[in-house]
Design a protein around this ligand. Sequence first.
Ligand code: TRP
Ligand code: ZN
Length: 450
Amino acid sequence: MTLVVLAVALVGSACSSTDGEPGAQGLDDSFYPNMGNGGYDVLHYEIDLDIDPAANTIQALATVTSRATQDLSAFNLDLSGLTVAEVQVNGSDAEFSRSGTELVIEPASSLASDTEFSTSVSYSGSPEPVVDPGVPFGLGWHHSEDTIYTVSEPSGSMSWFPSNNHPTDKATFEIRITVPATSTAASNGVLVEEISANGYTTTTWRMDDPMASYLAAVYVGDFERIETRQPGSPLIRDYVPRNSPAEIVEALSITPQAISYFEDLLGPYPFDAYGTIVLPLELGFALENQTLSVHGRYTIDPMIIAHEIIHQWLGNSSTLDDWSETWLHEGFATYLSIMYMSEHHEWDLNEQTDEWHEYLTADGSIPPMEIENSEMFDVSVYLRGALTLHALRGLVGETVFSDILRTHYEQSANSNTNTAEFLAVVTQLAGAAAAELVESWLYDDPMPPL
Ligand code: TRP
Ligand code: ZN
């Protein structure tokens, strides 16, 4: 009798412990409350993409390995557009439905908190850029003049793979791309395998360090790969349009010097490789995809090249935890890039900061921590963010300023951070008055004098 009661009790508790609840459909980001999903933490993405560059279509399989952070009866991935054919969880067919950019998945049986599970999604179609209130152009997958390229910050990755699309859930990646052998494909990390057969080439790319979804990238086109190996430098592999003018390759040659300047400032380069991909397009922007920054013809310039390199430390390794704090990426990258320009390219740092201060004074500036969604990449975020660091450096001096930069980076490397944590570092190493100065630059109207 006692045994039967015990058995019933055990079965009962086993059931209730895996009954679970649906994971939240968002992570309550201040600007993007529905981006990302609750209830699980992604450990690894394996993304297989079969791309027809002429038709701009994909046939894809994404396998997402996650750990449940609660008992889950259902959970979401973020995916925009495309057609989902099948979803499996731990190898068994799962129910799924689409609602806006939420792919809602109901596994055949609930997933217990703290266990690992694998979700595979078969999907296909012609990826469409995502409309994002933070950026005045479509994000994610693009097709132009025989070139396929992605630029995803902040929300665009969901245009080409299902993910937990928020920077607080970083994971490792393996991206496998099959294209006609006449095209070259590039993605994040290290190229681990290249197989050609029957007129197609499959390349496999591995990113073994945690990466936020917005930094994942794919390029397909007529590119030439240029490798540079220098002692003490990570592997550098750039991609330029085939038969590019020599000036383009020449412009990229500052990369090892810039990396070594920022290593001295912040610590070792965080990843296994670096490179720039130059698109054969007249784009007015650049983006710091992890280990593979993308530039257009108009943005092959030493300051912009350096800016995207700095983001590998500040942005990619140390990443904001809420999209309202873009100054932590852009203000730092802007300031450190002019430090580099004044060290190696004869810029006058004080002249530059004076000029920016005058410009913002005349034009009106937004305090970087008081921005709205549409102002995430406003010029104030870049320039006033940079002036914030310049003012701090002026107050605390060179040695303490370097300590602050390095400590802020080290504390958040391979992880996430926010302004409160930065202010705590400033307070700890330079005192409350220094933190107050930083706060006035970030929050006050009008902008403080330099
Ligand atoms: N982070 C980019 C920079 O280095 C700016 C940016 C944000 C961007 N979102 C983008 C560029 C989307 C291209 C596409 O300043
Ligand atoms: Zn930037």
